[in-house]
Design a binder for this molecule. Sequence first.
Ligand SMILES: *Cc1c(COP(=O)(O)O)cnc(C)c1O
Length: 404
Amino acid sequence: MSDGTQDVIRLVERYSAPNYAPLPVVVATAEGAWVTDVEGRRYVDMLSSYSALNFGHRHPELVKAAKDQLDRLTLTSRAFHNDQVGPFLRDLAELCGKDLVLPMNSGAEGVETAIKTARKWGYDVKGVAPDRATIITCAGNFHGRTTTIVSFSTDPKARQGFGPLTPGFVTVPFGDADALAAAFDHDVVAFLVEPIQGEAGVIVPPDGYLRAARELCTTNGALLVADEIQSGLGRAGSTFACEHEGVEPDVYILGKALGGGITPLSAVVADTDVLGVLTPGTHGSTFGGNPLACAIGREVVRLLQTGELQERSKKLGEHMLTTIREANLPAVKEVRGRGLWAGVELVPDAVPARAHCERLLERGVLAKDTHETTIRLAPPLVISEEDLDWALDRILAVLEEAAR
Ligand SMILES: *Cc1c(COP(=O)(O)O)cnc(C)c1O
């Protein structure tokens, strides 16, 4: 490793709060599914910034929308209207088949917004007694990093040392419809769930789970809130991962890819009987609905309207999952996934997932470990079949070596 890379890493290690442990690569430029580091080495991006780059790096139409908007107007706050927010909200509402949209910035803000909305809905519409609203969440969840959100994380690292924690949440095992059924009482206002758990290692629930959750929410008068921040917008081979079971949640939380890999943009999308409980002054964000993000978000929605990328995700995803499964590698315990999204679970005594990712880096593939034993793969949905195969060849080679 030459000095360019080391210099940058030294600078980051000197000045960055130590809340990350990145792989030793310093990216300088990128296009589509490929990134180039400061030394001119090229890598296939098999992480896509956790699905924020579903459309690849610097998608030409997204960059054009951003540049055009940069030359016109970037921020008004919502004290005033801007000419980009309306069309974006309309197009996103139509994509989701819902009435209303509340735009925010980060995914965590989207989740916070959904929590506040569900609670207010619980008091105003369902008639829950003041401060009694409960939200059911799943073990192994990842919904972001705010104090309230880490309060219902089951990862000790995410919550320990950050108390006092926010009350009002109960945990059930993910994928267990009976446990979910038993968790409802009159105070439950919502079930907050990732249709596929991303950070947990691409955990796909048993077939029928989301449908059961839909029914349980309906019969118990609670909102089904789907956190599709990572699973949505094409990643799982359909616009939303919930579609796989034909399920329509009451509330979608979107983020990551919604900003086209250019700007943070999240949104809560629901019908009027839900989002309509918010009135002026009850919620907001200075940057939420800013014209730059909205211009990009509108183009993101446009890219999803034909269904072509979702189809591509599905087709290439099947190819990716089958290729790894059929290699029958001794180091691999299980390959989970849907669409262009895989969690490769290693056998317990294999080389740690992090070491695999370091070896992949040396061969020109960017991938990320999660929970010591899982390698997560999520290439941009625009990746070519040849580039995907190029990456898969290297992934299989590294997995094969690890077994020896
Ligand atoms: C990434 C993620 C979040 C948090 O998004 P940030 O933009 O990092 O705040 C929330 N939920 C899910 C499912 C995610 O994958």
